[in-house]
Design a protein around this ligand. Sequence first.
Ligand code: NAP
Length: 283
Amino acid sequence: MPDAARPPRHVLILGGTTEARRLAAALAPGATGRPEPAGVPEPAEGAEPVPSPEPALRVTTSLAGRVAAPRLPAGEVRIGGFGGPEGLARWLREHAVDALIDATHPFADTISHNAALAAATAHVPLLAVRRPGWVPGPGDTWYQVTSLDEAAAALPALGSRIFLTTGRMGLAHFAHLTDPWFLVRSVDAPEPPHPPRMEVLLDRGPFTVEGERALLRTHRIDVLVTKDSGAAATAAKLTAAREAGVPVVVVRRPPVPDGVPVAADPDGAVNWLREVFSEAGSH
Ligand code: NAP
């Protein structure tokens, strides 16, 4: 039974993803769950949204502050780094956080490790939300690599007009490639170092197959480079590449830190919270 005398339980979501915004919309009191833009698949038709484990949760989402105009989630929002795992552990204690959910991007490796350390230090239960990765299908020509450096090393043998969709932060890994031409797509403008021959396309998903087809054709792309983000909103480029016979260099994900339980989607995270809170009982 909820105890009227105790303050609402506090959930901290490490965000920056569609899943984090969906989770905040599902949990934050009074939130109606703002619709995501077209192209982002909703839960299966007929599926009931999983109800929040408690009606009066306090929900804070943390954003790194990388994007100039981020899409803001429901509930409270804080922006900027914590100052390493120690800073995050301090924040958890000072703000009386009852559960931590790492819903960051699958490639945001540092903050995920910081979350694991901080949660252990502050004795706060932690869950990672990780959407499933992409898998190659018939007709795909994928070269799977484990880092941006490996992707860069593979490129000269594969093509000379490269569509690079790995984000502006990793461009330095390709800066030494002076011969190929790059189409670089990012949310905000990249800064040097970057490859000398490039055109920048400022855009953010969701993207359509028609749009991606047109990009490949117009720019005569002969290789696509992507991280295995696994997001539906950015999967259209893989379909367009398959159709056009364009090979894809896919950077595989870093693993989730040891011992951290994983949910594949926001509903899984809500169910995990319910279990955690019922085990904890009243304060
Ligand atoms: P990262 O390399 O794992 O983290 C670097 C540092 O940024 C962390 O040590 C932390 O600083 C701070 N940070 C990262 N995420 C944070 C968050 N949600 N709230 C507060 N501080 C955060 O992270 P990244 O790959 O640069 O990604 C940054 C953000 O962009 C993440 O929120 C992620 O979800 C989002 N994002 C990343 C990608 C990608 O491809 N990496 C793609 C789309 C969105 P302190 O040590 O000072 O705490």
